[in-house]
Design a protein around this ligand. Structure first.
Ligand SMILES: [Zn+2]
Length: 293
């Protein structure tokens, strides 16, 4: 089926083919391709079904059908959860990797299929949050690729999460994740589009130049848990240093106070069921290279 599609693409190299892959008896994910040949790049949206921004970015690419200098695979991952507008159907897909063909959950099977589909690709996976409006990148390690590509994206920070990467897509497939903005917002969808095009430009799939910027790097060090309560509050801003002695969050008015300095990341009152977010340390600031011309 893939060979057949590629034939079609070879004769009409600018035409995008959208083909459906089916799982057992329901559709698992949507896969399309820009350009011809075997892709080493993949743009992934909809790992979480209540984060539609990336899907919009992929649909826009499919409408525009830009001429690419390297083939790019486009994947809308959790269609079933997207249809229902929920984060997941059975379990969090971004905690379910590597998954298994015999998994008893929808996401367990989907994770396995996604790994197959993404084999040999550098992934670019789009998310959105309830915690922070400005885009930032999430990586599983400070690899050369990560430190070269992320400063070329319109992001304000890079977060290294290797201490908390169990079950995430980038434990199986080298992937740069981006948080595009606030869940469901128009701005997040526009950011997803800009981020995708910057990524595709940075890796040489789209023509043109990217703009490098100074980029602070944070490493997650702790999970900030929250107790069962009626109301939750967060008093601090993500990526802004919290000093020892500062109250940073509360559950039913019961404040948590920082013992050590830290940087909050992905902190929000109601974004997750049992955690406020994460504590991070600031590792470095990648300096923009001085202009050659
Ligand atoms: Zn997500």
């Amino acid at each position: 089926m893939i060979a057949q599609d590629m034939q079609g693409l070879l004769t009409r190299p600018e035409k995008t083919e959208l083909h459906l892959k089916s799982g057992h008896n329901y559709q698992l994910m949507r896969v399309a391709q820009l350009g011809s040949g075997t892709p080493e790049l993949a743009v992934v949206a909809g790992i979480h079904g209540d984060e539609p921004c990336g899907v919009r970015a992929i649909e826009r690419l499919l409408d525009d059908r830009p001429t690419v200098e390297r083939p790019v695979k486009l994947i809308v991952a959790n269609e079933k959860a997207l249809e229902r507008r929920v984060r997941y159907v059975d379990e969090d897909l971004n905690r379910a990797f590597p998954g298994s063909p015999d998994a008893t959950t929808h996401e367990g099977q989907l994770a396995n299929r996604l790994v197959d589909e993404l084999e040999g690709c550098l992934g670019f996976s789009m998310h959105s949050t309830q915690s922070h409006a400005e885009p930032f990148a999430i990586v599983n390690g400070l690899t050369d690729r990560a430190t070269t590509l992320c400063p070329q994206l319109p992001v304000s920070a890079m977060v290294e999460t290797s201490n908390f990467s169990d079950g995430r897509l980038f434990t199986e497939i080298e992937t740069i994740e981006v948080e595009c903005g606030l869940q469901g917002s128009e701005t997040a969808a526009e950011n997803a589009d800009r981020l995708t095009r910057s990524f595709l430009t940075a890796v040489g799939a789209l023509p043109g130049d990217t703009m490098a910027r100074d980029l602070p790097i944070f490493r997650l060090t702790d999970v900030i848990r929250k107790h069962q309560a009626e109301t939750y509050e967060v008093f601090v801003d993500n990526f802004r240093r919290v000093d020892p002695g500062s109250p940073f969050a509360a559950a039913d008015g019961d404040a948590q106070v920082a013992e050590e300095p830290f940087y909050p990341v992905l902190m929000s009152p109601n974004g997750y069921r049992d955690v406020f977010g994460y504590a991070a340390e600031k590792v470095d600031v990648l300096q923009r290279p001085t202009a050659a011309d």
